[in-house]
Design a protein around this ligand. Sequence first.
Ligand code: FE2
Length: 305
Amino acid sequence: MTALDKTLEIQAFLDQVAGIANGEPTRLKKIVRRIVGDLFATIEAFDVTDDEFWQALNFVGQSAPEFGLWAAGFGVEHFLDVRADRADAEAGTAGGTPRTIEGPLYVAGAPLERGRARLDDGSDAGEVLVMHGRVLSTDGQPIPDAIVDVWHANTLGNYSHFDTSQSAYNYRRRIQTDAEGRYWFRSILPSGYAVPPGSGIERALSAIGRHGNRPAHIHFFVSAAGHRHLTTQINIEGDAYLHDDFAYATRDDLIPPVSRVEDIGLIHAADLNAPFAEIAFDFILPVAMNEGDEGRSSRPRALVD
Ligand SMILES: [Fe+2]
C-alpha cells in the first residue's frame, strides 16, 4: 500500500501548503515543501499518534506559543485528520459527521447547560444566530445526554480567554442534549480571522505567497457514552475564504445553509424580538470501537482557573 504522504492527494496538498500551487516555485517554497513533506513522511512511517504529535508540539511550543498556528497553517493538523479518515476507512468504521481540525483556541471547563444555552454575553452587536439540531447515532437514533462543547470567535474574530477584553467563557458552552438528543443555542454569527499581524507565522506565509486568513466558523467537540468522539467545525456559508482557509479545515459536508427567520411567531418562539439567522445541523456519531475512541486527544489545552 502506498504511504499516505506519497499519494497524489497529499503531494498536491504539499504543493498548496508550500505555496507552489499558486505561483513560482521559489527556492524557499521548495525548502518548505521538503520540510513539511519530511514531517508528514515521519508521522506516516512511525505511525505517530495524535497524542504524540500534540505532546511534542507542546514541548516545542513552550518557547514558541505560535506553534499551534504553524501546525494548522502548514497543514499538519489536516494531515492528521486525513490519516484518521484513512484508518477509519481501513477498519470499516467510517461514517458520521466528518472530523476537522481543533485549532489551538479551545478552553476546557466551559459552563454546562441542559438542552438550551446562550453563548454570548450580549456585549457584541453581531447578527443573532440560533443553531440547533440533534446528536444521532449512525443508525439514526437520537443520543440523550451527549455533550456538545461549542466555541467560536466574536465579530472581530477574537476568542475569549485569549482576548482578555472579553468575559470569561464568552462564546463557549457545553450543552447536554435532552431526552430526544436535541441541542439548541443562541449566539451571534462569528467573523473569520487572520493570524496575528506581525507574527512569525504571518511573515512565513507571506514569504511563500500565502495568506493567514480563516473563514468564519464554529468549533465543536461532540461526545457521548459508547460513541466515537467528534472534533469538528461548521463554516458560515458565503465567506470569501470558505474554500481558501489557511488551516485547510473546510469540508463540503460542514457548510450548512444559514436561513433568516422573519416570522414573528418563530421569532417569539426563540425568545427573541427581531429577525435572526438560523442554522439547523445534526451531529452523527459512529459507535466507539474501544474506550479510547470516546475521548479527545490528550493535546494540552487552556484551562481557566
Ligand atoms: Fe477557530
